[in-house]
Design a protein around this ligand. Structure first.
Ligand SMILES: NC(=O)c1ccc[n+]([C@@H]2O[C@H](COP(=O)([O-])OP(=O)(O)OC[C@H]3O[C@@H](n4cnc5c(N)ncnc54)[C@H](O)[C@@H]3O)[C@@H](O)[C@H]2O)c1
Length: 252
């Protein structure tokens, strides 16, 4: 079923992992997609692959989430490239492990800039257009917004911030036809996790208290499928939710 035929979607962090799987899934369902990432080559290669395999419009865009001006310009650039903008998926994100009392304040700032502030700046710039077309936003938060992850105070703060902003915006725009939702993935097999493997000094008992109850991580494609649901008309009366896709990690 082509739920996104005739729709245009901007995805940040789309060169890899969840963002890439989401762009691919939405394109399979007929969407034209703009793939934005600091890894411009990766975004362009992924876009070329999507054009070749899905026959939709796809463009790779260079984008640094730490740059507020670049964030503000991104939705307009995606709109110009695709000829429309119906959905924004904020997926760009980073994770930095540190004992909180040793956490470098500059690293804390960086995590907040990429994971939280960019979601604000991109959404702020996209909203005037989404209001015209009755579009929606899907933010990739994390189970770390719902349960503390040791040695990841900045990450938890950023992802909880994303949830708060999602709910605020959902309530603010619900009566104007714009929906705003979040997904809270638990452990997902992506380069983010492989790059940020838990440091040797960490107390693994504390970290493992967050293990999935199903005994398996999610795949990026499973998160992409959840994004596709929330972004589609199937979820036309769903707004302000935090959809956990975490193998029961935060269930109890
Ligand atoms: N992998 C997990 O277990 C997991 C769990 C919960 C939430 N998440 C969230 O999912 C989202 C996607 O993560 P992923 O696991 O796919 O990781 P990933 O590393 O595979 O993908 C993240 C993408 O973001 C891009 N990015 C990083 N910094 C950027 C910047 N400054 N500007 C623009 N792009 C930038 C990277 O280049 C990369 O392509 C993140 O927000 C992450 O916090 C991941």
């Amino acid at each position: 079923m082509k739920r996104f035929a005739g729709k245009a979607v901007l995805i940040t962090g789309a060169a890899s992992g969840i963002g890439l799987a989401t762009a691919t899934r939405l394109a399979q369902e007929g969407a034209d997609v703009a793939l934005a990432d600091i890894n411009a080559d990766g975004a362009q290669q992924a876009a070329a692959q999507i054009v070749a395999t899905q026959g939709v419009k796809a463009v790779g865009m260079a984008f640094d989430a730490t740059d507020a001006q670049a964030c503000a310009a991104l939705p307009g650039a995606a709109l110009a490239a695709l000829g429309g903008l119906d959905v924004v998926v904020n997926s760009a994100g980073i994770l930095d492990w540190a004992r909180t009392h040793e956490c470098d304040p500059a690293k804390f700032d960086l995590v907040l800039k990429v994971n939280l502030y960019a979601v604000f700046h991109v959404s702020r710039a996209a909203l005037p257009h989404l209001l015209k077309v009755g579009g929606n936003i899907v933010n990739i938060s994390s189970s770390a917004a719902l349960a503390g992850v040791p040695y990841a105070a900045a990450y938890c703060a950023s992802k909880a911030g994303v949830l708060g902003m999602t709910r605020a915006m959902a309530v603010e725009y619900a009566d104007q036809g714009v929906r705003v939702n979040a997904i809270c993935p638990g452990t997902v097999e992506t380069p983010l996790l492989r790059k940020s493997t838990v440091p040797a000094w960490a107390d693994m008992k504390k970290v493992m208290s967050l293990a999935t109850k199903t005994g398996k991580p999610s795949t990026p494609e499973e998160i992409g499928a959840a994004v596709a649901y929330l972004a589609s008309a199937d979820a036309c009366n769903v707004t302000g939710i935090a959809l956990s896709v975490d193998g029961g990690q935060t269930a109890g």
